[in-house]
Design a protein around this ligand. Structure first.
Ligand SMILES: [Zn+2]
Ligand SMILES: [Zn+2]
Length: 332
């Protein structure tokens, strides 16, 4: 597919989409049903709907029964760990293999002209971004994710928390499911701003930002403290009426869903003239410029706070102007 029909490549080989990134319209008043209807398919497809269906399959097919979950025991907790690890390995691994190892579409639709493997760096363990990222994902990411999941399932099985039944509260649970990715974004925005406070950035969040040119394995490559904060949004299921299927969906949205922003390509080609949008660009810009796009634009949080970058040259200009003002006020 000819990516120059959709975007522009600069002298360094970096590609940018021509269409500006847009923020979600939900909190915009006066509320426009038309804008919401235009935005909704991109919100649901391909990722959120896929993660929801996957979570349904996990809940009905790969989660132990209530009696088992009532007692915290190594067997079933290991099962949760293994199934989540297998999912991460399958999804992140498949994307990494196709786009970064076999390089099936070369640099077409790739934001950064370089491939991380071509530039070994002392920043990473074993001088390899991929190895460093994989290690952090499985050594601290997956165990912490599993701890949240096991804790929530155990709480549900023992009746701790305001758990609800689909038969009794279908409307509420349906709305909850629909807005869950936005709640995750709101929570992520809050903790993300916090760990950009200089001291926390240095101690915690810099680990994630080492991957300036992220690939799928960068998604969950974080300091353990960030992992702890990252999945803590799922504790909302102990505060609002919920169902374990939604708790699993929430953890998956944060877990395997983290890959979306780290694919590094704007489209994944599926044939000579076909492909699907990844929605990776907003978070890619965060890895590139650090102080823009703390959230992904599903909610207009960055727009409200003046940190939104829509990916266009005009967005670059606004960002440079903001950085200049910040530098001046520090200097004065
Ligand atoms: Zn990231
Ligand atoms: Zn950050």
């Amino acid at each position: 597919m000819d990516d120059t029909r959709f975007g522009t490549r600069d002298k360094r080989g970096n590609w940018r989409p021509d269409a500006p990134l847009r923020v979600g319209p939900l909190p915009d008043f006066p509320w426009s049903a038309r804008r919401v209807l235009v935005w909704l398919p991109g919100y649901l497809l391909p990722w959120n709907l896929a993660f929801f269906m996957l979570s349904g399959a996990l809940w009905f097919g790969m989660t132990p029964g209530r009696e088992t979950l009532q007692t915290l025991a190594p067997g079933w907790i290991a099962l949760i760990f293994l199934r989540n690890s297998a999912l991460v390995l399958a999804l992140f691994g498949a994307l990494e293999l196709r786009l970064y190892i076999r390089r099936r579409q070369g640099s077409r639709f790739k934001y950064n002209g370089a491939f991380p493997a071509d530039k070994p760096s002392d920043t990473f363990l074993f001088r390899s971004q991929a190895k460093d990222n994989v290690l952090r994902t499985f050594v601290s990411g997956l165990p912490i994710w599993t701890a949240y999941e096991a804790g929530l399932l155990w709480a549900w099985a023992n009746g701790y928390g305001p758990w609800a039944l689909w038969g009794e509260h279908p409307l509420w649970l349906g709305v909850f499911a629909l807005i869950l990715p936005l709640l995750h974004e709101l929570h992520f925005y809050a903790i993300h701003r916090m760990i950009h406070i200089p001291v926390l950035y240095r101690l915690v969040h810099s680990v994630h930002h080492n991957s300036v040119n992220p690939s799928p394995w960068s998604s969950l490559s974080m300091h353990p403290v960030e992992h702890l904060l990252y999945w803590s949004g799922s504790l909302i299921h102990l505060l609002l009426p919920s169902h374990p299927l939604l708790a699993i969906y929430h953890l998956q949205t944060a877990g395997i869903g983290a890959v979306i922003g780290h694919i590094g390509f704007d489209k994944i080609e599926t044939g000579p003239e076909s492909g699907f949008d990844t929605h990776a660009y907003a978070h890619y810009l965060h890895h590139k410029y650090f102080e823009v796009n703390y959230a992904d634009g599903g909610l207009p949080l960055d727009k409200w706070m003046g940190t939104w970058h829509d990916g266009t040259p005009e967005g670059d200009r606004k960002m440079q102007e903001r950085f200049r003002r910040k530098k001046e006020s520090r200097g004065g």
